[in-house]
Ligand binder design. Structure first.
Ligand code: IMP
Ligand code: MG
Length: 192
C-alpha cells in the first residue's frame, strides 16, 4: 500500500510503535506539569486557561496524537509558518502564513512543533507569543537535531533527539509530500 512512498525512502529512523509510546509518555509528563499550572478545572476564574498553539503544517499529526493524551480543558489556536518554500532542504527564513490571534494575554500557552533544527521557527513564534504577555509559555517539539541551533531556544519537552539528517513522515514533509507516512524516515538522495 505504501509502496509508492517506500520507493523514495531510505530507512525508517523511528517506527510508528516507538513514536506512539513516546507520545504517550510525553503526554503523561506534560499533563502532570500543566495540571499543576492551571490548577482546579482550568476555567477562567481559576488560575488561567490553557491554550495549545500548534505550528502548522508540520506538527499536525503529532498534535492530533498528543492532545488526545492531555486530559485537560484546553483550546487550540493555530499558527501557520513556512520555512522551506518549495523543494529546499535549508531554512530560508521564516514566514508567517497564518497569523496567531491576539488572545493569549494571561493564558498558559504550550507551543508545539514537529522539529527543532536551526531554531528560527520556534524563536519567531515564541517572540510573537511573548509580545502578547501570556501567563506562562512552554514549548514542545517531537524531534530535535542537537547542536544545530545557534539561537537560545530550549524546548521544555523533546520527543527524540535525532542525527542531522533530513527526515519525513508523521507530519514532516519534503516539498509538501510524505506527511501522511506513519513512521519517521530518511529520504533517498534521488528523491530530493
Ligand atoms: P528551524 O526553523 O530550522 O528550527 O526548522 C524548523 C522547521 O523546519 C520545522 O517546523 C520543519 O517544518 C522544518 N524542518 C527542519 N528540519 C526538517 C527535516 O529534517 N524534515 C522536514 N522538515 C524539517
Ligand atoms: Mg514546519
Amino acid at each position: 500500500m505504501w509502496a509508492g512512498m517506500h520507493r523514495d525512502l531510505e530507512r525508517i529512523l523511528i517506527p510508528a510503535a516507538a513514536i506512539e509510546s513516546r507520545v504517550r509518555d510525553l503526554g503523561a509528563q506534560i499533563a502532570l506539569d500543566l495540571e499543576r499550572v492551571i490548577g482546579g478545572d482550568g476555567t477562567e476564574d481559576d488560575h488561567g486557561e490553557l491554550v495549545i498553539v500548534p505550528i502548522l503544517t508540520g506538527s499536525l499529526v503529532f498534535v492530533a496524537d498528543l492532545v488526545r493524551r492531555l486530559p485537560l480543558k484546553l483550546r487550540l489556536e493555530l499558527v501557520g509558518v513556512s520555512s522551506y518554500p518549495g523543494k529546499s532542504m535549508e531554512t530560508k527564513g521564516v514566514s508567517i502564513r497564518h497569523e496567531l490571534p491576539n488572545i493569549l494575554s494571561g493564558k498558559h500557552v504550550l507551543v508545539i512543533d514537529d522539529i527543532l533544527d536551526s531554531g528560527h521557527t520556534l524563536d519567531v513564534v515564541t517572540r510573537l507569543i511573548r509580545d502578547q504577555k501570556p501567563a506562562s509559555l512552554r514549548t514542545c517539539v517531537l524531534l530535535r537535531k542537537p547542536g544545530k541551533s545557534t539561537l537560545p531556544v530550549r524546548p521544555d519537552y523533546v520527543g527524540f533527539d535525532i542525527p542531522d539528517e533530513f527526515v519525513v513522515g508523521y507530519g514532516l514533509d519534503y516539498d509538501g509530500y510524505y506527511r501522511n507516512f506513519p513512521e519517521i524516515a530518511t529520504l533517498k538522495p534521488e528523491a530530493r
